[in-house]
Design a protein. Sequence first.
Lengths: 156, 733
Amino acid sequence: MFEVIVNGTAHEVDVDADTPLLWVLREQLKLTGSKYGCGIASCGACSVLVDGQVSRACVTPVSSVVGKPVTTIEGLAGNRYHPIQQAWIENQVPQCGYCQSGQIINTLALLNANPEPTDADIDHAMQGIICRCGTYSRIRKAIHRAGELMREAEES
Amino acid sequence: MSLLLSRRSFLTLSLSATGLYIGAKLLGANESYPNFSQETFQANAWIRVDPHNNVTFIIDKSEMGQGIQTSLAMLLAEELEVDLESVRTEFAPAAPIYANTLFRVQVTGGSTSIESSYDNLRTVAAATRMLFIQAAAKQWQLPVTECYANQARVFHAASNQSVNYGDLLALAAEESLDTQVVLKTADEYKILGTPKARLDIPAKVDGSAIFGIDITLDNMLNATIKHPPVFGSELLSFDDSAARSIKGVKDIFAIPSGVVVVADTFWHAKKAADLLRIQWTEGNSDINSASIQRSWFGHSQGDASSVESRGNAEDILDESSNQLTAIYELPYQAHATMEPMNCTVHLQQERCDVWVGTQAQGPNHEAVVKLTGLEHEQVHIHTTYLGGGFGRRGEVDFVVEAVQIAQHFDVPVKLIWSRDEDMQHDYYRPASYHVISAALQTDSLQAWRHRIIGPSIMQRVAPGFVPAAMPQWLPTGLKSFAAWVTGGVVSLINDPTLIEGAKELAYKTDNLEIELSHYDPGIPIGFWRSVGHSSNAFVVESFIDELAHQAEKDPYEFRLQLLENKPRHLGVLNLAAEKSGWGSELPPGEGRGIAVHHSFNCYVAQVAEVRVLDNGRLSVNRVVCAIDCGAVINPDTVVAQVEGAIAFGLTAAIKSAITIKDGKVEQSNFHDFHLLRIDEMPSVEVYLIDSPEPPTGVGEPAVPVIAPAVSNAIFAASNRRIRKLPIRPEDLR
Ligand code: FES
Ligand code: FES
């Protein structure tokens, strides 16, 4: 039994210690927003935040996140969309949409650490997250826009 | 435009407590099942209007990121006079009435969705609107001509009356339509042609969009499969003792295509599958990329069939003192959709439910009926969102497997392929080899000969397609494909997938010879975004560039002069050249390349700007794209599809390839099949030609153009001619 805290809620899960967090989220907790793309940490589709840091859930054993807060795409919006989600909608970013939870989670980590990223910062932070549909130009625009929205929200 | 229709032959109505169901037999669609029940009819309607005035549109095409859900809803909303934002959408089940009117089978592909739905869907919507107007006029006892509809409501301005569609259901159900359906003209559009927010995007930013892999059902088991790694090999035996020790494993067994592990969770199934010790027969272990290349060379020397011939290219080329010959090569490519193949099946006594992200409801329906022995009406295909399609999800292989697995259980089973299986058991874009020659005479193209050596996709898929698809007539688009299918004969000569984009050479020449030499090394091949165009446009557009340089002409102007009678080619070519600043100076080490291509009835030109560093490092900085796709439905979707197509084509041009060693695909995941990343994405500018022509699809046509635009730019930057893809740093050092 492991206790995992996902989007603010604690869950007891009965799985082996080596079970990747991704499959705990998807199969035990039925939170299917985090996606399986490669299983070897090379696409970013499974990205979640663990203790505020980006983590590839497909290679993160559940035993390593016990007691640490995990944030998934499902935990982003409160009563309304998170500024990143708003910026994503404004810029009509997703195509098939499969990679987008990973893109958004990585953006969240980037903007938390660096509220006003340059294009080079974006390249560096987002380089690991594949989008086969090629939505990269819009992701870039949306990240700049989300930064703006988050700064505005902070000021008001 | 107007179409003469009577309700008897066209619209079918069915009223129940849940609403008014509007069905239609579309021009070119298949006959429905004989004697269908009211329930079947209602499940297969196009439009449902409920008493609360909710309008639901049943979408017959699959949403894989191309925005079709929204574009089709726009067509409907425009003529039905409802707000786009208020339209609810559902994906259609598999049924003959949803057959793609161009393919005659329910398939999303070939950039046909808009083209096949444009008139049909608007006509259904307009006819439905007219029924509601007639019903209101009757209720008010006022002339129909004085009434109009807006926002799902009928109005009579003079008497200041109005009524919701939802309050007219019973009356409308009794109406018949004996007048002509008149469609709006472009200047009357309120929705079409304006950028609209996509209906699927909100669910795709909060994790709530359901893809096939996300299907979760009560008591569901999870399965995964190991296929024979070597093509052509078969199962000898397997040892599952270690695998069975994994907790949660329910069963391990063989199906015709591999060994399956079924467990409580996918994670357990995958863990167990990795512990299987499987013996396979040797298969075609002698196939290697190098041996394929040697065979190509042999075929380039031997006989070939002529697929297009005029004048006397052969002799002119022999005698010309100004001729050029080059050899081009393209590799196999994987689809590598981000969502690996998966399918969930619940097979019961008298019913089978299939949840799948598919581009091919029709062929899947047929396949499941055949496997289960159930009737068509007992097989229910539930289409989810697709985590990428690109042609891969037009195949039925993984659905067949999921049914074969479900046959062992009473409960639903979800089959998920691991990424490795997905990468190594794709139906790949064929590798091909091209020998191409031309003779120049001052400014003109005197002769052109292009020999294509490659395998036939149609030869593989034809047996499945032919019985389901027998067109009686053909509107536009994919004529060659459909004509080929109509014949019902496996005629390799006519397989359009190998010669499209080469056969119909746009450049003016009196002497032309296009030849085909079939060579199938035995690697599974299939439809890959833009199919044959993806290879042939690279060859033709690179070679034209070579000829321009041979003729000491500017590559843009050289094209202009050879495209004299091709106004739509010229339109996009000129627009792309102008917007890119063609001819202006670039810093040393940088270059500009241009290419133009016509595919899927759509015209695309691109100018790429690249920088080549001494160490062979290439960056593609900017791409300017002009597109003529006829009338534009949702401009932002066209732009998005062009951006995506450029990323897709650029990946194949500079990043990825599938290679074969000892009968096996060498690549297995994204660490060795590289996809374009954000730092490699050029800035893309898209310009749309304002066109009165009917709309075409836009998912594919921008793919083929980027590889030649980039390789021509590399030549301009570095004097290095690229004749083999993908472009590697060592080619540029
Ligand atoms: S699924 Fe985790 S990085 Fe690809
Ligand atoms: S939107 Fe399809 S993979 Fe990114």
